[in-house]
Design a protein around this ligand. Structure first.
Ligand code: TGC
Ligand code: FAD
Length: 404
């Protein structure tokens, strides 16, 4: 296809989506399995996500048919054991799959990271055998949709202050409270919810759709992550069987361990969004003529592109090393925080530079830039804000805790 856009740029530059940008030959560090998983998900994103995503972002609708499709391609819990609904691969495979999904859209990666890392992972890690058998296969296949409730209206960065609580009622708990900003909540069949038990200890509990007093109103008006559905979780005297409590974890380290897994995925994922922006900017710079030459010939455009690929490459090397540490069980939460923060701000800055290179066209949905840029504002904030992750690093290097 070779149509021409309103400002004379040939749209054919967009038909061969997703050039490969691997400046430091990082592919050589990956196994055959990683490359196969990456290429398969990349192709799937090209076919299933790219053709529809601008429409969904524009309309603020979630492409719900992709929940099942993501299960079919093994995007839920790629590094969880296959017998528990996962993909049986390692953490580098998990990361690279998140990268390819987020090249398509951060909201699509969110669908996968919530289900795999924030719903399946806590059940796998902290659940009873019965809970694992009941939930994991159906979550892994995408037959069921889950969500993760930690954030509250008055407790975001400080989840330890949560007020959602469990009152003892024989073989049940009575759950009251509310969770805010919950990805997938309006369409979820179940929620892994973090609440304080009668002793004030944070526990994980599975709350099922249809339980009396449990509602999931949608949050509207988002200018970011528009193809992802977000809502609340509201609990009004919800009777939840005690058998739904995750038996093998107590305290804030439960949800924070899940976040470590998901933040790791985001550290890879945000690079996907950056690559898509860079790719689009590079092509545009080669095609767009001003002052009789391609804008890519101007030194200032080259500076932007050179710095973009430099920052992308540094982030790629950081997450690859982090992936090795994850595989060896040696990655620390603090290293994960550094990588999540670095990738997110890098991607946002790449998106901003890419928007400039596209000039006025950069603000339109003929190019993916503004969609990625707006998405990345959320990605920079959820799973711990940019500043919270900075303070986690600050605590680690100084030994002095800014939070206490
Ligand atoms: P603090 O005293 O530091 O820690 C409490 C306990 O937890 C342990 N811990 C961790 N364990 C595993 N992984 C981690 N990342 C951990 N971080 C801490 C810690 O060792 C301690 O254990 P123990 O045995 O001593 O009890 O807790 P604090 O209250 O001082 O809080 C620290 C702080 C601010 C860093 C933390 O609360 C935090 O990370 N805040 C940010 C909140 C956040 O990230 N929320 C995310 C909500 S979920 C979400 O956004 C999903 S978006 C999904 C999508 O759509 O993709
Ligand atoms: P606040 O905590 O109120 O922070 C506001 C500002 O204050 C930030 O800049 C922050 O960095 C700063 N700040 C706070 N404390 C400090 C401090 N000690 N020092 C310096 N600065 C500080 N949560 C879930 O549980 N599940 C989900 O599925 C989920 N999905 C989400 C989807 C979307 C689209 C969004 C936007 C959020 C989602 N979240 C989810 C919530 C997300 O994790 C929180 O928004 C995030 O943790 C920040 O909390 P907050 O919005 O309450 O901001």
């Amino acid at each position: 296809m070779d149509t021409t856009t309103s400002n004379g740029v040939h749209k054919s530059v967009k038909t061969d989506l997703y050039q490969h940008h691997d400046y430091f030959a990082i592919d050589d560090l990956l196994d055959e399995d990683h490359l196969m998983a990456r290429d398969a998900v990349r192709d799937w994103v090209k076919q299933e996500v790219s053709p529809i995503i601008e429409h969904h972002a524009n309309e603020a609708t979630c492409p719900q048919h992709l929940f099942k499709a993501l299960g079919d391609i093994g995007a839920y819990g790629p590094s969880l054991p296959a017998e528990y609904g996962g993909g049986g691969m390692d953490d580098i495979a998990y990361g690279i799959i998140m990268q390819e999904l987020e090249r398509g859209d951060s909201g699509i990666r969110s669908m996968a990271s919530v289900q795999g890392s924030l719903v399946m992972y806590p059940i796998y890690r902290f659940g009873s055998e019965e809970q694992k058998k009941k939930w994991l296969p159906k979550l892994g296949s995408g037959e069921l949709i889950g969500c993760f409730g930690l954030t509250e209206p008055d407790h975001g960065s400080n989840p330890n202050g949560m007020v959602t609580n469990l009152v003892d009622d024989g073989d049940h708990y009575i759950l009251n409270g509310a969770k805010m900003w919950i990805t997938n909540s309006p369409v979820a069949d179940m929620a892994v919810v973090w609440a304080k038990d009668p002793e004030g200890i944070i526990r994980g509990i599975i709350v099922e759709k249809g339980m009396k007093g449990f509602t999931t109103p949608e949050i509207h008006g988002k200018w970011s992550l528009r193809a992802s559905i977000t809502g609340e979780l509201v609990f009004e005297d919800v009777r939840v069987p005690k058998s739904n409590v995750l038996p093998n974890i107590k305290g804030l380290k439960g949800p924070l361990s899940c976040l470590s897994k998901a933040r790791y995925g985001i550290a890879w994922g945000a690079i996907g969004a950056a690559l898509d922006c860079y790719d689009s900017a590079l092509r545009y710079s080669q095609q767009r003529i001003q002052f009789g030459k391609p804008i890519g010939q101007f030194q200032l455009t080259q500076k932007k592109l050179a710095e973009m690929i430099t920052e992308i490459t540094k982030a790629q090397l950081m997450v690859w090393r982090l992936g090795k540490l994850m595989n060896e069980g040696k990655a620390t939460p603090q290293q994960i925080s550094m990588a999540k923060r670095n990738s997110c701000i890098m991607a946002l800055e790449v998106a901003r530079e890419a928007r400039q290179i596209h000039g006025g066209m950069g603000i339109t949905n003929e190019y993916p830039i503004m969609r990625h840029m707006m998405n990345l504002e959320t990605v920079l904030t959820y799973e711990g804000t940019h500043d919270i992750h900075l303070l986690i690093t600050g605590y680690d290097v100084t030994g002095l805790n800014a939070f206490s």
